[in-house]
Design a protein around this ligand. Sequence first.
Ligand SMILES: [Zn+2]
Length: 370
Amino acid sequence: MRVVYSPAHLAHDVVTETVMGAVIPANEVPERAERIRTALEADGGFPIEAPTEHGTDPILAVHDPGLVRFIDEAWQAARAQSLDRPNLIADTFPNVRMFEGMSPEFQAGRPETHGAAGRAGWWGLDTANPLVAGTAGAARAAVDVALTVADLVLGGEHAAYGLCRPPGHHAARSMAGGYCFFNNAAIAAHALTRASAERVAILDVDYHHGNGTQQIFWRRGDVLYVSLHADPDRQYPYFLGRADETGEGEGSGANLNIPLPAGTTDDPYLAALDRGLAAIADTPGEVLVVSLGFDTYGHDPIGDFALTTAVYHECGRRTAALGRRLVILQEGGYHRPSLGANARAWLRGAEGRPYEPLPATGFGERGSDR
Ligand SMILES: [Zn+2]
């Protein structure tokens, strides 16, 4: 399987994040993608190539121009205001209740503030989204990775994998958040609908609900969004991801959320996956975009599921068995020692190759880990 990767992600070199007021070592770090790249290289069956530049237009087809401008400008603007911090993290957000009782027209007319901290809140969801000097370049490269994978599949590849970093599925049309800046999967899915004039499905198997992807396609009937994730009653993003969110307007019925309990193990997870795949099989279309996360893994420091490396191979196999062409894009996954093995297992499953753990190398692969 062909793999698309850009070293531009290395410049998004965040060191800390803020969680409930505490500064902690960042989870979404460059090592994640390097672990996966190393394991795929060691496998020998995953040739790695660079993305082609697609420019800003495909991003603007999905995102608010103001969000794109903010991400492009934010670091320099913060520096210009002498905000001498290692990263830019907002702490004040426009909670919807701030505007309670005010008309939608009045709300829509509220201006984006000028200060760097206020702008970060205006365009942000949470405090776990540090922006650094290299963020804009990395976020744009991750979009190029996703679009290049889409091109490969449109060009005849049965499946291809994009090692996107930063991830994307929490980024909504006008909002970054949850380690995400541009929604790589949504941008690729939209481009696929335009290039193929067919319906496209998205299967999101990251541990977290992809609130951004859901929001972007909420009223669209040409993109089916199916997500398996931790119940938002206990987990980020808290305010979206429930089973009764099924889309509106032309998108009515084109959104399927499958929230899962803490401690979910392989067999119930596979049953939920089968449910999601059945919904996809019931809708027309030839291409499936997979938002692939490994924070469902048993040892993930953020997640609370109990999946094993072996089940990722089966997940890849069942997903490919749908018979759709696969645009597979990396989202989360934060247990760094297992990331290479887990990605390799999923992708080999999708290719119909057996799961054969590599010998432990001490980096990128912990083959026998369950
Ligand atoms: Zn996640």
